[in-house]
Design a protein around this ligand. Structure first.
Ligand code: MLT
Length: 331
């Protein structure tokens, strides 16, 4: 062959190869419900760093915090349809789409970080992942551990259920949480997370509950004064990937997603342990008044567990399922 004919052919092949590899390098999108600075952000940054590292720097994940890509309900829908790659949100906002996950938001089931880790790892966790793929079209690949959801309000210290009466409390659009507040004698206002700061600021609602770290990341100290350290839900934040997107990935990329998710989950556990105490101090320094519920929370626990648990056995898979989960927790 003549050189003049070979060279253009070689160039064409090199250009094709280059175009091929450039086209397959992808920047995935991740929607994050919370603002930067909390446990969701810490997990997301770690995941993105690990994922890029595991793909030899080829693939990236861009992070969109603070509901920029829509409410947590919207981003779950988008991921289910395959128009969004990743969503990181609070567990209470995935339950409407994947009812068995509701066991993680039943009041006073998870009594601390150890329980949260036990349920998200192991057999219970695996089953919840499978159920969520089936019911919601998304795959949970990691968890952020965020601590107990504490009650904040702008009006007065709250210690008893009587103190709670008359306050307008925002809750997520989560039936179990609505039922819990009703069991506490309060008629809560269900509202999307992305609207909550403004509603508190404009005094449409008096209070809400979320972990200390979230209260801090969302700057709720600017619009809330009192914190009651109730412990009814230990907040978990699942990181999900669209199942349609996941199934389209080559096996080695699927593995990178799963491994990065697992490692980021372990990191999140440590992040909570390392940061919660300092954040509580900082919230106090910023003027928040923190107090405990009266009588070791007894009336709160009794009212919530007796009214709410039996109502939701069916949606989480039956009373036997509930009992088996409690057994895993040693109760
Ligand atoms: C909520 O209250 O809706 C959630 O906890 C929001 C979140 O932190 O993602």
């Amino acid at each position: 062959f003549h050189k003049a004919r070979i060279l253009p052919a070689v160039f064409a092949i090199v250009a094709l190869l280059f175009a091929g590899s450039a086209a397959s390098a992808k920047t995935f999108k991740m929607a994050i419900g919370d603002a930067q600075g909390g446990t969701q952000w810490a997990l997301a940054e770690k995941f993105s760093e690990l994922f890029t590292e595991k793909t030899g720097g080829k693939h990236k994940v861009s992070l969109f915090p603070n509901g920029q890509l829509g409410s947590e309900q919207d981003t779950i829908n988008d991921a289910a349809m395959g128009t969004l790659d990743f969503s990181l949100l609070a567990v209470n906002n995935i339950t409407p789409f994947s009812p068995t996950v509701g066991v993680l938001t039943l009041p006073y089931v998870i009594l601390g970080l150890d329980d949260a880790v036990t349920l998200t790892h192991g057999e219970v966790g695996k089953e919840l992942v499978e159920n969520t793929i089936r019911d919601a079209g998304v795959r949970i690949i990691g968890w952020a551990y965020s601590g107990f959801r504490v009650l904040t309000n702008s009006k007065k210290p709250v210690a008893t259920l009587d103190d709670l009466k008359g306050l307008i409390i925002r809750v997520p659009k989560n039936e179990i949480m609505i039922a819990t507040y009703q069991a506490w004698g309060c008629n809560p206002t269900p509202m999307a997370w992305s609207e909550t700061f403004t509603a508190l600021q404009q005094k449409v609602v008096d209070g809400q509950d979320n972990p200390f770290i979230t209260v801090s990341a969302m700057k709720f100290y600017e619009v809330q004064k009192y914190i009651t350290t109730i412990r009814y839900i230990f907040s978990l934040e699942p990181l999900v990937i669209s199942e349609a997107v996941f199934q389209d990935l080559k096996p080695e990329l699927q593995k990178a997603v799963l491994d990065a998710g697992q490692e980021a989950t372990l990191y999140s556990e440590q992040y909570l342990k390392d940061s919660e105490a300092a954040i509580i101090k900082d919230l106090e320094a910023k003027g928040m008044e923190i107090s405990a519920p009266a009588d070791d929370e007894k009336e709160w626990i009794e009212a919530a567990t007796s009214a709410v648990w039996p109502k939701y056995y069916d949606s989480i898979g039956g009373k036997d399922k509930f009992d088996s989960i409690m057994k895993v927790l040693g109760r």
